[in-house]
Write a protein that binds this ligand. Structure first.
Ligand code: AR6
Length: 166
């Protein structure tokens, strides 16, 4: 069966999916932006489990339970900090999406929601990041049926909608 890719403008912490992806930092111990929102909504169990993970490399992904979230799992990935485009940022961002999907697959996740990784505090250009995100999600051959791009702002949602137009 074909997979469904959708764009939603809203708050990722509210999504009723099997897994939500967190745009975390290397410590996995919380921060601002979507990371802060996810930790607040999940409750203190999340950071307790994160402490056991020993951090995460840029481009990699690690899963925890979802605690008070509607999602069963949080998949924490660490996007690259934008440094102008010549520091492997594109490849590292693509790895975030690929590795998150891989980890989700291993957990038998059927629905997953992604934020626009790296495009906030980490400064990755929005259009360039969205192109990478859409390509990786489209190319993913695993058994996930529903993939959501949850965009906080209208500009980002518009970029994704345009890229996903048939
Ligand atoms: N739901 C969906 N998207 C959101 C939400 C939300 N509740 N809140 C923010 N966004 P950012 P980064 C959007 O800065 O650039 C943290 O401190 C936001 O508008 O959260 O990967 C980490 O600990 C933007 O489009 O993540 C790291 O230190 C997107 O999520 C650092 O920030 C990503 O913005 C990671 O920076």
């Amino acid at each position: 069966m074909g997979k469904t890719i959708q764009v939603i403008q809203g708050d990722i912490t509210r999504q009723a999916v099997d897994a939500i992806v967190n745009a975390a930092n290397n410590s996995l111990l919380g921060g601002g932006g979507v990371d802060g929102a996810i930790h607040r909504a999940a409750g203190p169990g999340l950071v307790e489990e994160c402490r056991l993970l020993g951090g995460c490399k840029t481009g990699s992904a690690k899963a925890t339970q979802g605690y008070n979230l509607r999602a069963k799992y949080v998949i924490h990935t660490v996007g690259p900090v934008w440094q102008g485009g010549n520091a492997d940022e594109d490849q590292l961002l693509a790895s975030c999406y690929r590795n998150s999907l891989e980890v989700a697959s291993q957990l038998n996740v059927r629905s997953i929601a992604f934020p626009a990784i790296s495009t906030g505090i980490y400064g990755f250009p929005k259009q360039r990041a969205a192109r990478i995100a859409v390509n990786e999600v489209r190319d993913f051959a695993g058994d996930i049926q529903t993939l959501l791009f949850v965009c906080f702002d209208a500009e980002t949602a518009g970029i994704y909608r345009q890229l996903l137009m048939p």
